[in-house]
Design a protein around this ligand. Structure first.
Ligand SMILES: Nc1ncnc2c1ncn2[C@@H]1O[C@H](COP(=O)(O)OP(=O)(O)O)[C@@H](O)[C@H]1O
Ligand SMILES: [Mg+2]
Length: 173
C-alpha cells in the first residue's frame, strides 16, 4: 500500500460521532458484499474526546445488545454476534502492556475479528498499524475526526465514508 491517505470530518455533536460509527459498521461486520468481516481500528484523543462513544455506537449498530461497558477497568470487553467476535480494548491504564500482551491477548488481534483499541499509543511498538486510525480532537463544541487508512481494507472503509457537508462559509464582508 502506498502512503496512508486520510480524511478529516467535523463532528458537531455526539450524533455526528454516532453517525460516523454507523457508516463504518456495515463495512466491519460482513454486511457489505465484497468486504470481509473484521478489521482493526485504533482510537486516539484526549479523555472525553469520544473514543468510547464512537465504539459503543459501532458495536450497537453491529447488533450488540445490552449494556456496552467502557473497558477502562476491565481492559477488554468482548462480544460475539453469530460467528463474529468483537474485542474492545482500552490501554489507558497501562504503562507497560508488554506482559499483558504476552499473556495471550495478542492472539485476539485477528484479521477476522473486529478489534477496537482506545489509547493504542500506550502500547507503542507492540501493535502493528491498524486498518484505520481515528484521531478525535476537541473542536469548538464538537470534535474533529481524522481518519487514516494504513491498509487496503482501511482504504476501502475510508472510501465509503460520506463526510459531513461543509458548513456554509461566512459571507464576505
Ligand atoms: N462530536 C461530539 N461533539 C460533542 N460531544 C461529543 C461528541 N462525541 C461525543 N461527545 C461527548 O463527549 C463525551 C465522550 O466521552 P467518551 O466517549 O467516554 O470519551 P473517551 O472514550 O474518548 O474518553 C461523551 O459525553 C459524549 O456525549
Ligand atoms: Mg474511553
Amino acid at each position: 500500500m502506498s502512503a496512508p491517505s486520510s480524511l478529516t470530518v467535523h463532528l458537531p455533536d455526539e450524533h455526528a460521532t454516532e453517525n460516523l460509527a454507523r457508516q463504518l459498521a456495515p463495512l466491519l461486520d460482513g454486511r457489505t458484499a465484497g468486504v470481509p468481516a473484521g478489521g482493526r481500528i485504533h482510537l486516539s484523543g484526549e479523555l472525553g474526546a469520544g473514543k468510547t462513544a464512537f465504539t459503543r455506537a459501532l458495536l450497537r449498530e453491529c447488533g450488540i445488545k445490552g449494556r456496552i461497558k467502557s473497558p477502562s477497568y476491565a481492559l477488554l470487553e468482548s462480544y460475539k454476534v453469530f460467528n463474529l467476535y468483537f474485542y474492545h480494548f482500552d490501554f489507558y491504564r497501562f504503562s507497560d502492556p508488554r506482559e499483558w500482551l504476552d499473556a495471550g491477548f495478542r492472539d485476539l488481534l485477528r484479521d477476522d475479528a473486529v478489534v477496537l483499541i482506545e489509547w493504542p499509543e500506550k502500547a507503542e511498538g507492540l501493535l502493528s498499524p491498524p486498518d484505520l486510525q481515528i484521531s478525535l480532537a476537541y473542536a469548538d463544541q464538537g470534535r474533529d475526526a481524522t481518519l487514516t487508512a494504513y491498509t487496503a481494507r482501511g482504504q476501502l472503509w475510508l472510501n465509503a465514508i460520506v463526510p459531513n457537508p461543509a458548513p456554509p462559509s461566512p459571507a464576505a464582508p
